[in-house]
Design a protein around this ligand. Structure first.
Ligand code: AMP
Ligand code: MN
Ligand code: MN
Ligand code: MN
Length: 275
């Protein structure tokens, strides 16, 4: 099964609209897809229609910005109900909190001599309520502050660098609860990306599971092959289901295209097996 359960549309920080994304997924052999925009459900109906019209199976998804011990963690909600009131309200609150952070990010960059960043970021945002670091990164790359969008994140927008603003996202407990209460499965997105020691990562997974989290993205576009093995072992150890997601944002910006990652390793129970 070529499942790709993590990608973004223009409703958050992706570059493509739902119809183009679905067409691309079909052309690349994807059989089961989820759209997981950051903190937003607005493109799901379009994406379902476009995917199903092309013979793909589709599940509603979202990538929720959460915090655990002050670290930003992304929780995928897969097979959620986009009409669920507490999920809808929780995501609205996260989106509302982005505006003030974006202003502070613009001010931080201005202190480093880069003017006009907020307006520049907003010009890239399909939805101004969802202005994200990616939109700032596109502006910084366009202005020549980095070679491309990915290399922006070596010098800007990360802890300790210009443009980074610490932010209070949803609690891990709330994020998992919204997903579960809406009938979905909570999955840790790109676990290799967080600044956690081996011990802290285990504590995190323990807590995530105790809160009702059910899976982990073993195969992610953000991971190296070594990390795939490491997270497969952790999925087995913690009894978590495995997921596979490219985290595709757009051509030229993402290392992995839709449906192009290796399959889940043997012995990992896929998160989609119950659907
Ligand atoms: P935000 O939700 O505003 O904090 O923005 C987070 C987004 O920035 C992620 O979803 C990625 O698309 C992008 N991003 C964050 N860190 C990196 C990185 N190191 N390399 C590439 N993209 C990144
Ligand atoms: Mn993103
Ligand atoms: Mn993410
Ligand atoms: Mn993502």
């Amino acid at each position: 099964m070529n499942a790709d359960l993590h990608c973004h549309s223009r409703a958050s920080d992706g570059l493509l609209a739902a119809d183009i994304l679905a067409e691309r997924a079909r052309n690349r052999g994807v059989e089961l897809i989820s759209l997981t925009d950051h903190d937003d459900l607005s493109a799901l109906a379009d994406m379902r229609r476009e995917a199903e019209a092309r013979g793909l199976r589709f599940v509603d998804g979202v990538e929720i910005s959460a915090c655990w011990r002050g670290i930003g963690i992304h929780v995928l909600g897969l097979n959620v109900d986009p009409g669920d009131p507490s999920l809808v309200a929780g995501l609205q609150a996260i989106r509302d909190s982005r505006a003030a952070r974006a202003v502070a990010m613009g001010e931080s960059l201005a202190r480093s001599g880069i003017d006009g960043a907020l307006a520049g970021a907003l010009s890239y945002a399909g939805n101004p309520a969802l202005v994200s670091r990616t939109h700032f990164a596109r502006f910084l790359a366009e202005r020549g502050h980095a070679r491309d969008v990915r290399s922006v994140f070596q010098r800007f927008l990360i802890e300790g660098k210009p443009g980074f603003v610490a932010h209070q996202w949803a609690s891990l407990a709330d994020a998992v609860r919204w997903v579960r209460d809406s009938g979905g499965q909570a999955v840790v997105a790109h676990p290799g990306r967080y600044p956690l020691s081996e011990a802290a990562l285990r504590e995190f997974l323990e807590e995530f599971r105790a809160l009702g989290g059910s899976g982990i993205e073993v195969i992610s576009g953000a991971h190296t092959p070594d990390q795939h093995d490491n997270f497969a072992a952790l999925a087995r150890e913690f009894g978590l289901l495995g997921s596979r997601g490219s985290d595709f944002h757009g051509p030229g910006e993402s290392r992995f295209d839709l449906g192009s990652l290796p399959p889940l390793p043997q012995g990992i129970n896929p998160v989609w097996s119950a659907w």
